[in-house]
Design a protein around this ligand. Structure first.
Ligand code: A2P
Length: 346
C-alpha cells in the first residue's frame, strides 16, 4: 500500500494558501486527509479540494494532532507561535515565512539548488523569500559551471508578495484613480496603482531594507557560500502576482552569453524566453501561472569583461512560494524524510 499523508495548510485562505491547495490537487500529492487552518476571521469559510468543499478551521492547540505535514503560509508571527507546537505534535513543518529561515538548525531549501539539505531537518524546513528563490534557480546552474563572485540585483516586485489583501488594494486603487477619485492605501504605505516605491520593509543602519538583506543572507545560506558578494535594490511595482529581477553577475572568468544561454536552456525550473528580433523577453503577465522562472536578455556587460546581465520573471505565489513548498514536500515523500515514527500507511 502506498503511503499517504495527513496534511494541514496553515493560512489556507491566503494567496499562497489557496495556491498550495490547488497544487496539492494538481500534482496529485498523496494526501490522506487535509485540514485547512486560518484565523478566527475565516471560520465558516469553505474551500474546494478534490471535488469537496472543506471547512476552514481556526488554528488551535489541538489542530496539529494526527497531522504529518504542515504547509505554513500565515506570516512570521503565526509561524513562530504555531510551528514549534506542530513539530511537538509530530508533524514536519514547511514554512513559507521568514521566521526560521536564518536559524542554523533549519534547512533553507530550493529543490533545484540544495535538495540535499532537506534531510538535515529537525522538524522545520524553511522556504526562502520569493525574490531569492527566483534568483537562485537561475544563478545556481551558471555558478556550477563558472563560479559567480558578485551579484547585483534590482527587483520589480508584484503586490502579491504582500498577500491577497494587497492585490485587492492595487485593483481598488486603480479603479479609484480611473474614476478620478483619491486612492486609499491600507496594506501599503503609499498608492501602488500607477506608481512604484522602494520596498517598504524596515531599513537597517546600512540603508538596506529587510527584503534586500534577505536576498543577500538567504542566497549565501542556500548556496552554502558566505563569500559570494551580493547587493540588491528591491522595488514594489503595480503588477499583480509575478516578480521581475534585473541581475548582473560577475564571474571569476568570462562566461560567453551563448554558453550561459546553453546552460540555462537545460536548467531545471528555468525557461529561456528570448526573441531578440521581436523584442520579446520575460514579462510578469507571461510568468503568471507558470512553474518555471523565465529568463532572457542575457548579454555581455559592456562595463566588465567577466560580467553578464540578465532579466528574469517568475510567479511569486507559484515558484516564489507555494510550488517551492510542495516540491520540498515531494522531496520528503521521495526520500522518506518524515520522522520514522510518522511513516505509516493510512
Ligand atoms: P485569515 O484569512 O483568517 O486572516 P495573505 O498572505 O494572503 O494575506 O494570507 C495570510 C493567511 O494567514 C490567511 O490565510 C490568514 O487567515 C492567515 N493568518 C493571518 N494571521 C493569522 C493568525 N493569527 N492565525 C492563523 N492564521 C492567520
Amino acid at each position: 500500500m502506498s503511503k499517504s499523508y495527513r496534511v494541514a495548510i496553515l493560512g489556507a485562505t491566503g494567496a499562497v494558501g489557496k495556491e498550495l491547495l490547488e497544487l496539492l490537487e494538481r500534482r496529485n500529492f498523496p494526501v490522506a486527509d487535509l485540514k485547512l487552518l486560518a484565523s478566527e476571521r475565516s471560520v465558516g469559510k469553505r474551500l474546494p479540494f478534490r471535488g469537496e468543499n472543506l471547512p476552514v478551521e481556526p488554528v488551535s492547540d489541538r489542530a496539529f494532532e494526527h497531522v504529518d505535514l504542515v504547509l505554513a503560509s500565515a506570516g512570521g508571527s503565526t509561524s513562530k507561535a504555531w510551528a514549534p507546537k506542530a513539530v511537538l505534535a509530530g508533524a514536519v513543518v514547511i514554512d513559507n515565512s521568514s521566521a526560521f529561515r536564518m536559524n542554523p538548525e533549519v534547512p533553507l531549501v530550493v529543490p533545484e539548488v540544495n535538495p540535499e539539505t532537506a534531510s538535515q531537518h529537525k522538524g522545520i524546513i524553511a522556504v526562502p523569500n520569493c525574490t531569492t528563490i527566483l534568483m537562485t534557480v537561475v544563478v545556481w546552474p551558471l555558478h556550477q559551471i563558472r563560479p559567480v563572485q558578485r551579484i547585483v540585483a534590482a527587483t520589480y516586485q508584484s503586490a502579491s508578495g504582500a498577500g491577497a489583501k494587497a492585490m485587492e488594494e492595487v485593483k481598488t486603487q486603480a479603479s479609484a484613480i480611473l474614476a478620478g477619485k483619491q486612492p486609499v492605501s491600507e496594506v501599503f504605505p503609499y498608492p501602488l496603482a500607477f506608481n512604484l516605491f522602494p520596498h517598504n520593509a524596515p531599513i537597517n543602519d546600512l540603508g538596506y531594507c529587510e527584503e534586500e538583506m534577505k536576498m543577500v543572507n538567504e542566497t549565501r545560506k542556500i548556496f552554502g557560500n558566505q563569500q559570494i558578494r551580493i547587493t540588491a535594490t528591491c522595488v514594489r511595482v503595480p503588477v499583480l502576482r509575478a516578480h521581475s529581477e534585473a541581475i548582473n553577475l560577475e564571474f571569476e572568468t568570462p562566461l560567453h552569453p551563448d554558453e550561459a544561454r546553453e546552460i540555462l536552456s537545460q536548467a531545471p525550473g528555468v525557461k529561456l524566453v528570448e526573441d531578440w528580433k521581436a523584442n520579446h523577453f520575460p514579462m510578469p503577465i507571461e510568468a503568471t501561472g507558470k512553474d518555471e522562472v523565465l529568463v532572457g536578455r542575457i548579454r555581455q556587460d559592456i562595463s566588465h569583461p567577466c560580467s553578464l546581465d540578465l532579466w528574469l520573471c517568475g510567479d511569486q505565489i507559484r515558484k516564489g512560494a507555494a510550488l517551492n513548498a510542495i516540491q520540498i514536500a515531494e522531496l520528503l515523500v521521495e526520500k522518506n524524510l518524515f520522522k520514522e515514527s510518522l511513516i505509516k500507511s493510512h
